[in-house]
Design a protein around this ligand. Sequence first.
Ligand SMILES: Nc1nc2c(c(=O)[nH]1)N(C=O)[C@@H](CNc1ccc(C(=O)N[C@@H](CCC(=O)O)C(=O)O)cc1)CN2
Ligand SMILES: Nc1ncnc2c1ncn2[C@@H]1O[C@H](COP(=O)(O)OP(=O)(O)OP(=O)(O)O)[C@@H](O)[C@H]1O
Length: 198
Amino acid sequence: MSDPAIPSDRKRALRRSLIGARARIDQDERAERSRRVIARLEALDLVAGARTLALYAPLGGEVDVLELAARVRAGGGRAVFPKVRAGDRRLAFALCVPLDLVRGPLGALEPPEDAPLVEPGEVDCVVLPGVAFSLDGLRLGRGGGYYDATLAAMPRAARVGVAFEVQLVDALPREPHDAVLDALVTEARTLRFERESG
Ligand SMILES: Nc1nc2c(c(=O)[nH]1)N(C=O)[C@@H](CNc1ccc(C(=O)N[C@@H](CCC(=O)O)C(=O)O)cc1)CN2
Ligand SMILES: Nc1ncnc2c1ncn2[C@@H]1O[C@H](COP(=O)(O)OP(=O)(O)OP(=O)(O)O)[C@@H](O)[C@H]1O
């Protein structure tokens, strides 16, 4: 049963329809649109000015930002990737090159066991995957609450969502733990948001 008065029920229904929309973009088109997202990210001060940038390895139909890792290193910066840890909702971040990523417990590629961990406080900017994003800067993830819990402990890090245009919606149900973004980048535009606090 889905009750429209309950945000978590509405989120579940939205996840289903938007994962479908994203999956309908074919591979070549996804690669081309991902390149346009990367070009916009490189032009964004929050990303360009980050010495330590958190990326992710794409899963399913997510935007592929992996090429950014080499560009960050070429510019003297560090690229870190999230890691799921048993018994902790907060993600850890570890230094890794894309070729060394290994399959993690939830199906996403992650840094291997021996990859050096980087303190969350050292991350300047987090590039966030998502199932959907709203035009007022909210993010809908896969439903694990991992990024929300992680970002709550990283007040200093800039939060930059990335998505294809088909993943944007006017508004999303908001729960108290939901993190607000500083910017959202798609293949067609870059949006900036004001954070109310912290
Ligand atoms: N690319 C990516 N990495 C990420 C996340 C994410 O959303 N996307 N996460 C954000 O929190 C964290 C991992 N959380 C995850 C939560 C759920 C599933 C998931 O639904 N897995 C599918 C299998 C997907 C597949 O193999 O295609 C499943 O279990 O059915 C994956 C990762 C950290 N890394
Ligand atoms: N900081 C937190 N502390 C405790 N529980 C949380 C926290 N953040 C989220 N949750 C719980 O996690 C579950 C999923 O939250 P939500 O639907 O917002 O995840 P999401 O943002 O879609 O997932 P993800 O960040 O993993 O991509 C909810 O049941 C929520 O109550």
